[in-house]
Write a protein that binds this ligand. Structure first.
Ligand SMILES: Cc1cc2nc3c(=O)[nH]c(=O)nc-3n(C[C@H](O)[C@H](O)[C@H](O)COP(=O)(O)O)c2cc1C
Ligand code: SF4
Ligand code: SF4
Length: 271
């Protein structure tokens, strides 16, 4: 069965995971969600569909939350969600289920895949050795996901009762507010004098939320909070809330390049 695998990524984890799953499934087409932002309805050309994206604020990114209900699911027989995250998936899979229901379909499988945590607004990124460990773990998980999807099994990783309680509490206490304000949180981004005016930040932004003015980035207030601009800046010149992130590392998945992130703006041609 051919699969359409829609993806969204800021620092490449979800794309790397989607690629591994697509390779394992064999016949699978990767389609960037960002390229379909302008479409009111999205026709799904295959009977099997997957979504791969990061967990944001114990839920799913706004872009993805707005995308799933626009899917034409009448011809879809099996749907799965792969949410990559730093360790606390919260309600991501549960919200995925709700969104598929809203679209008139059903989510058959939902996976929370632990990868490298990239939210440097709150913590530092970890060292290179843990990237290797993450990569191995992701490959194992991708193989497991492929087996479950190929068998057409129901499998929803929503965690145990305690995880759900914690997920619900965190989403209500923190996540909901952050998610609601996500688009305009780019007002907290600042640029250091170390900026070399290369334009990489504007180039990678998957939703064209950066305009270069006098060779410096200016954010436009429709941000997805993917942090691609921050992590791909070659001199780490972009900070969140001024100094807060200056001493923190930058990260992107080792197999994912700026062209891959920028490429999300383009819909793939017919295969
Ligand atoms: C805005 C934002 C919010 C995040 N919230 C969570 C979260 O609630 N739980 C979690 O485990 N990781 C969280 N993360 C970490 C990402 O989910 C994780 O690093 C993911 O693999 C990044 O995927 P990407 O490389 O495809 O963008 C967050 C990251 C960002 C940028
Ligand atoms: S990527 Fe960094 S150095 Fe390049 S223009 Fe943007 S802020 Fe400046
Ligand atoms: S402005 Fe930066 S954080 Fe916001 S969507 Fe664009 S690349 Fe992502």
């Amino acid at each position: 069965m051919r699969t359409t695998l829609y993806y969204f990524t800021g620092t490449g984890n979800s794309l790397a995971c989607a690629r591994a799953i697509a390779q394992g499934l064999g016949e699978a087409d990767l389609v960037p969600i960002a390229a379909l932002r302008g479409q009111a309805r999205v026709g799904v050309p295959t009977e099997r569909i997957g979504i791969a994206c990061p967990v944001y604020f114990y839920s799913l990114p706004l872009l993805v939350r707005e995308f799933i209900p626009r899917l034409e699911l009448s011809g879809v027989k099996y749907a799965f969600l792969v949410a990559t995250m730093g360790g606390l998936p919260g309600l991501a899979v549960e919200h995925g289920e709700d969104l598929f229901r809203k679209a008139g379909g059903e989510l058959h499988a939902g996976f929370a895949v632990r990868m490298f945590a990239n939210y440097i607004a709150e913590y530092n990124v970890r060292g290179a050795r843990s990237v290797q460990a993450m990569q191995k773990r992701m490959e194992r998980r991708a193989a497991e996901i492929v087996r479950i999807v190929q068998a057409g099994r129901r499998h929803l990783e929503k965690g145990g009762p305690l995880d759900r309680l914690l997920g619900r509490a965190m989403f209500r206490l923190v996540g909901q507010k952050f998610l609601r304000e996500a688009r305009t949180r780019d007002r907290l981004f600042t640029v250091d004098p170390s900026c070399v005016h290369c334009g990489t930040c504007a180039y990678v932004c998957p939703v064209e939320n950066i305009r270069m003015v006098d060779k410096s980035p200016q954010w436009l207030g429709h941000c997805e909070q993917c942090l691609a601009c921050i992590h791909f800046c070659p001199v780490a010149a972009i900070q969140i809330r001024g100094k807060q992130t200056r001493m923190r590392g930058r990260y992107h998945h080792p197999d994912v390049r700026p062209d891959d992130i920028a490429g999300q703006r383009l819909a793939p041609g017919p295969s």
